[in-house]
Design a protein around this ligand. Sequence first.
Ligand code: AMP
Length: 396
Amino acid sequence: MLVFVLNAGSSSLKYQLINAETSELKASGIVERIGIDGVLKHVISENKKLTIEAYIPSHKEAIELILETLTHDETKTINSIDEIQAVGHRVAHGGEYFKESTLVTDKVIKKIEELIPLAPLHNPANILGMKICMELMPNVPNVAVFDTAFHQTMPEIHFLFPVPHEDYTEHHLRKYGFHGTSHNYVSKEAIKLLNNKKDSKIIVCHLGNGSSICAVRDGKSINTTMGLTPLGGLMMGTRSGDIDPGIIPYLMDKKGMDTHQIIDYLNKKSGILGVSGISSDLREIIGAANDGDQRAQVTIDMMCNRVKKYICSYSGLLGGADAICFTAGIGENSDLIREKVCENLDFMGIELDKEKNQIRTHGNREINKPTSKTKIFVIPTNEELVIARDTYNLVK
Ligand code: AMP
């Protein structure tokens, strides 16, 4: 079954065309700067890529352009859009309604709309993507796959915030967690690597521009670092992660900031970018630290310490860990960060093999010493494949 996987953002669209039965990736791409100017980057294979720069006024024109590119002479992957048998949509926030992926119906769209206050930037774009696909491919079923769904198994003691309880019951204030599709995929891969161990205890570190850690017991999320919004938890590319909440009124007072400015400050100007003053891209920070930049070094150390803090915390919660998994841009590619995170954790039975850690290969790999009680895995994430498989399972 050919599944078109769509990840719609406010001014961008990422897509993949996947054969869900064989997991074969047929084509992928991204449309950026929708409504500004517009650029489509389409990839069929390593040697076959295409870039189109043209004014793309709206998401509808963007999806039309993608579908045209998929069926166009030079970039042809399919003969006609009729070959697309289902569309899988990444949806940011499913609140407490959606504990798993679901077929898109008018009722489902209404619920996702109700959740817009919890994800004001993402859910509207996700809904738009669904409505356009339903219009352009009226006979094709659509499936919504939620970033929050995997974490719906978290027990109350982990999802409640220590604030008055009526704000949970009346205003849905609780931890939801994100990156669920990635944590789900990576933890399942880890369980396979552990020979399907029963009651497995796994800690997944999804470290990218956005980062989160998840404690997974027997395949179920029991705690994760992001909260009501993706601002919580780890220090990220431009997001602060956890801070003393008292900082917010203090800064608003000192710098005369309003709500929008403080949200912007914590979401877009903090984290790796804010501390380093250089960039949100960790490669640049590592480069600067190698050239002797002290603040860049402090940025790296702060970031790694926060990851370490959660690994220790979640190990305590799980009563030890069978495996620690690293995934996403930083987790998959940076041996330096993995080494720093695992440093001094031998006392807990986490022993990294520094040589194995430095070997760069594709696919899942084990990088712990043979004596390590806890396995350390690098597992490349594949959120699109999870979306395609969930879509297939619901549609078939
Ligand atoms: P993602 O959001 O998963 O695409 O991850 C993006 C982040 O991964 C950026 O901060 C990149 O700098 C970082 N990254 C990618 N490759 C490397 C690498 N080889 N070493 C360090 N960081 C990397």
